[in-house]
Design a protein around this ligand. Structure first.
Ligand code: C5P
Length: 242
């Protein structure tokens, strides 16, 4: 990984210049952070598992026509991706109440929501990723109304597909976060799914026991973080080699 120019370093991932123009290498670290970086630690093996899990989910989504940045996995911790211009909005899709919606609206964790709810947060570490509305997104030009429509449609399609996929392996997809980017392909600009989809940015509960199989184990000091991620990978049929 030292052989490439570092383009960006986030809390759990590093982006390096890719081998061809328009590509990047996404490296998955073992670092875990919560509460906007206030809580920090490392979870041994997390990066390897997230690389595999995100590869699997992005590939399945690609197969049903949901364009995304994943090209191919390079090794245990790295994947080749398409370079995109990231839209500075985190898209959160919720099926069951958990996390911030519970504290914000006084809903009991575990309450099924009447329908999938989409929320948007402005991507800003300094501001703690504040919740914003569609109005903010279009008024401040973070995305055009057409782009936002596309983002909403894609998010609901991702939710439908992933909810079914996880149900098939006895896991409830409670909520998750997506990021999108503009992919410039010649004269064409396309909104595609970016970032990662892993237990770091999804809430995943075992359907039989309600056991948490996601980053809440780290956030809430429940222990067994790596085991939980490993269990998700095992059920997806993709335990990492080696
Ligand atoms: O914290 P909150 O309940 O709003 O999180 C909703 C979902 O979005 C969770 O699955 C969480 O892991 C994910 N999320 C994320 N990155 C953030 C905020 C939330 O992956 N910055």
């Amino acid at each position: 990984m030292t052989r490439r120019r570092r383009v960006y370093e986030g809390k759990a991932k590093v982006l390096f210049e890719g081998p061809e123009p328009g590509t990047l290498v996404q490296y998955f670290k073992d670092d875990a952070t919560a509460f906007n970086g206030e809580k920090k630690s490392t979870v041994t093996g997390k990066g390897v598992l997230n690389n595999r899990i995100s590869e699997h989910l992005m590939s399945r989504l690609g197969e049903i026509g949901i364009q995304n940045h994943f090209i191919r996995r390079l090794n245990m911790r790295e994947q080749l991706i398409k370079e995109v211009e990231i839209i500075p909005v985190e898209v959160i899709i919720r099926n069951i109440a958990a996390g911030s919606i519970c504290s914000r609206l006084g809903i009991t964790e575990g309450t099924a929501l009447p329908r999938a709810i989409i929320e948007y947060c402005f991507k800003s570490d300094d501001l703690n990723d504040p919740l914003v509305s569609e109005e903010h997104i279009t008024a401040f030009g973070w995305a055009t109304p057409q782009e936002l429509d596309e983002i909403m449609n894609l998010s609901l399609r991702v939710n439908d597909f992933l909810s079914g996929l996880f149900t098939g392996i006895g896991i409830r997809l409670v909520d998750f976060k997506l990021e999108f980017g503009r992919y410039y392909d010649g004269d064409e600009v396309q909104i595609i799914l970016a970032d990662e989809i892993s237990p770091d940015n999804c809430r995943l509960w075992d359907m039989a026991t309600n056991e948490k199989l996601d980053k809440d184990r780290f956030r809430r000091d429940l222990g067994g973080v790596e085991d939980a991620y490993q269990e998700v990978a095992r059920r997806l049929g993709i335990l990492p080699e080696g």
